[in-house]
Design a protein around this ligand. Structure first.
Ligand SMILES: [Mn+2]
Length: 307
């Protein structure tokens, strides 16, 4: 169900742009839904995130008005839902398998889900692209680097569990600001090579300068960059409907513009948007925000690659 504002032959609606068949020459974005929140550390509900985001996105047109980028020629493919079962390892394996099987010419978009899905997604992307080295840029209020505690799996340690496959020296975390850490976390992230920038530092230094710094950090000797967006990177004034809202976060346009710029500047191998929790949302506010971030990502890819 979606709200199509008007029938107008000049407008391509997202809702009308889903296709079953594509050719290798098409500009294709494929969407995988991951309705999983068994690892949420606080308030649940992100299992409804993929449907919330998709419903909001279906009400959009394929013209990114803000960036003046037409997406009329792109094709949208629905890859369906990952099978979520009552076993975390099995569910994660299902995610990795689904991601690894996405056809190479498609640009994957992953709709979460709690943030723990980023681990099996990243592993799936590596399996999909053997021998490649990927940078990682994470918009999140949280480090998500706590040591895992057996039988207490949660979404706050995927940056740690990925240590066997990610290169922290090509990883950036702009937006870290949650007041639930010690200095140890900041120090150990930076000692490992992660570029950490807090919202305060971003405001002091300037958003564009920070962005250029982050892009050059994550693209150094890499074959592509993965973008992970935890909606709680946004200030709770904009994104209250998430598991752990954040009182000193980034502004909506800062993240939207960053996603657009990165997606145009480097080969992005995939993007996830996670921690959108429709039961905690108000008037579909953050589902709409997530859809805007997606549109900015797609506009960036199109402007950079197919313009
Ligand atoms: Mn977070």
């Amino acid at each position: 169900m979606h709200t199509k504002v008007v029938d107008d032959p000049t407008i391509c609606w997202v809702a009308d742009s889903w296709v079953d068949q594509t050719t290798p020459d098409d500009a294709v974005f494929s969407f995988l839904r991951i309705p999983f929140d068994y690892a949420v550390s606080h308030r649940p509900g992100t299992r409804f995130g993929p449907e919330g985001i998709r419903t909001a996105f279906n009400g959009f047109s394929l013209y990114c008005t803000d960036k003046r980028v037409s997406l009329d020629h792109v094709r949208l493919v629905d890859l369906g839902r990952v099978d979520v079962v009552h076993s975390l390892p099995e569910t994660y394996a299902n995610i990795t398998e689904a991601v690894a099987g996405i056809p190479p010419e498609q640009h994957p978009v992953f709709l979460g889900g709690d943030h723990s899905i980023a681990d099996p997604i990243f592993r799936g992307l590596l399996r999909r692209n053997p021998g490649r080295r990927f940078g990682l840029i994470v918009f999140d209020a949280h480090f998500d680097a706590r040591p895992p505690i057996p039988r207490k799996e949660h979404s706050g340690h995927w940056m740690k569990t990925l240590e066997d496959v990610i290169d922290y020296s090509v990883t950036a975390q702009p937006g870290i600001s949650a007041p639930i850490y010690s200095e140890y976390y900041m120090r150990s992230a930076e000692e490992q090579g992660v570029l950490v920038r807090t919202p305060y530092e971003i405001r002091r230094r300037g958003w564009w300068e920070t962005l250029e710094e982050a892009i050059s950090h994550v693209s150094r000797d890499t074959d592509g960059v993965y973008i992970s967006v935890d909606i709680d990177c946004l200030d709770q004034a904009f994104a209250p409907g998430t598991s752990v809202p954040n009182g000193s976060g980034l502004l909506t346009h800062e993240v939207a513009d960053a996603v657009f710029e990165i997606s145009g500047a480097v080969p992005v191998v995939g993007i996830d948007i996670n921690e959108v929790s429709p039961p905690l949302d108000r008037l579909d506010q953050i589902s709409q925000l997530a859809a805007h971030l997606l549109l900015n990502h797609m506009a960036g890819v199109v402007a950079g690659k197919w313009a």
